[in-house]
Design a protein around this ligand. Structure first.
Ligand code: NAD
Length: 348
């Protein structure tokens, strides 16, 4: 198994570290147009090979991880799939629904494995959230709330929506086992002239109705990585920054008081135990990359396949449409859009 990692910056270098340690992988080739990045990686992991150009490795590896900036994902991904390689593309899969669909179609056409880097879907804390929902431990789900805030790393090609919200949309889709049907978003630009650095997204899911609220920001004094699931019986909080007790389940709730009058509190409050389930934790990137390698070797479909990536891109594009137009965007089954009357052109 020979695998290339194209784009060895902040995140691609982590793929190189993980892949070169996997027993199933015989050779890792780090590919980056910046030689300084390759020199540093070769020093840290002497067994890897390096190349400066995508074309240098195309016919020489069995699989490829693409961790270049999002605008380049579709072009590089299609070429790799057409060369018959198994391909894992970092989130977001592409920067438009159209491009994401082309990637999915190309993978089908060439019978190639296509995976997307939705790393949180390989995270034991997120698995636990889904178990709690599946097993009805929280009762009827009222809503999800996610916050991903920090004085963040400004990107050059995508806004905070495309940079950070893929994680929260993929977590919501995974936990609820479905995709949203309605998207609304608000965003603003502060420190950057053209790219939103603060945004709020509201995703509506049907059957049964659940709403997911997402707040993403590159311009916040506090680092927050938190997903809360509020149910009618209990509430669960996943704090990715906690070194212990990443998931806590609060036996707390509010119900209308039975005989409320003007003189009484209208709601009755319940305060119970707080429990933290045991999580057998392995680095999610390792779990994800190991699954990808196994899928390429055995011709299987990854848990986070191209269709999963396409669904997240569709929600991201809808969020961008909504925040630019101030309208609600409805998602149709065929991965299209329909606003109340007419969807306006995207501002260039
Ligand atoms: N899954 C996650 O948790 C996670 C976390 C961070 C970033 N990411 C994703 O990883 C991707 C990369 O993000 P980053 O923060 O590492 O960016 P980065 O800017 O640090 O690195 C990108 C690298 O790609 C190289 N590059 C660009 N075009 C190239 C080409 N055609 N051929 C070879 N090299 C090329 C650049 O020289 C650079 O070294 C993005 O899609 C981002 O959203 C995912």
């Amino acid at each position: 198994m020979r695998i290339a990692v194209v784009g060895c910056g902040y995140w691609g270098s982590k793929h190189v570290r993980v892949l070169q340690a996997l027993a199933e992988v015989d050779r890792v080739v780090a590919v980056d147009s910046r030689p300084d990045r390759l020199v540093a990686l070769k020093r840290a992991f002497p067994s890897i090979r390096t190349a400066e150009k995508f074309d240098d490795v195309l016919g020489r590896v069995d699989a490829m991880v693409i961790a270049t900036p999002p605008e380049t994902h579709a072009t590089l991904g299609v070429r790799a799939l057409q060369a018959g390689l198994g391909v894992l593309i970092e989130k977001p899969l592409a920067t438009s629904t159209l491009d994401a669909r082309v990637l999915v179609d190309t993978a089908e056409q060439y019978d190639a494995v296509l995976a997307v880097g939705h790393t949180f879907e390989y995270n034991a804390a997120v698995w636990k959230l889904r178990d709690l929902v599946d097993e009805d431990e929280l009762g009827r789900i009222h809503y999800l709330d996610s916050a991903r805030l920090n004085l963040g790393l400004y990107q050059t090609d995508v806004s905070v929506v495309w940079d950070l919200a893929p994680h929260d949309i993929s977590i919501s889709n995974y936990v609820l086992r479905r995709t949203p049907t309605v998207v609304q978003a608000w965003g603003s630009r502060h420190a950057h002239a053209t790219l939103e650095d603060v945004a709020y997204i509201r995703l509506s899911y049907e059957h049964p109705d659940v709403t997911a609220h997402i707040h993403v920001s590159w311009l916040d004094p506090c680092k927050v990585r938190r997903t809360t699931v509020v149910g009618s019986s209990k509430m669960a909080v996943y704090n990715d920054l906690a070194s212990e007790e990443r998931v806590r389940v609060f036996d707390k709730g509010v119900v209308p008081a039975e005989e409320a009058s003007m003189a009484q509190m209208p709601m009755s409050y319940r305060y119970g135990d707080i429990q933290s389930p045991f999580l057998s934790f392995e680095e999610p990137l390792t779990v994800q990359d190991r699954e990808f390698v196994s899928c390429v070797q055995n011709g299987e479909r990854p848990a986070t396949d191209g269709v999963c990536g396409l669904a997240v891109v569709q929600a991201l594009e809808a969020a961008e449409l909504s925040l630019r137009s101030g309208r609600t965007v409805y998602l149709t089954d065929g991965y299209g859009f329909a606003a109340e009357d007419q969807v306006p052109e995207l501002a260039s």
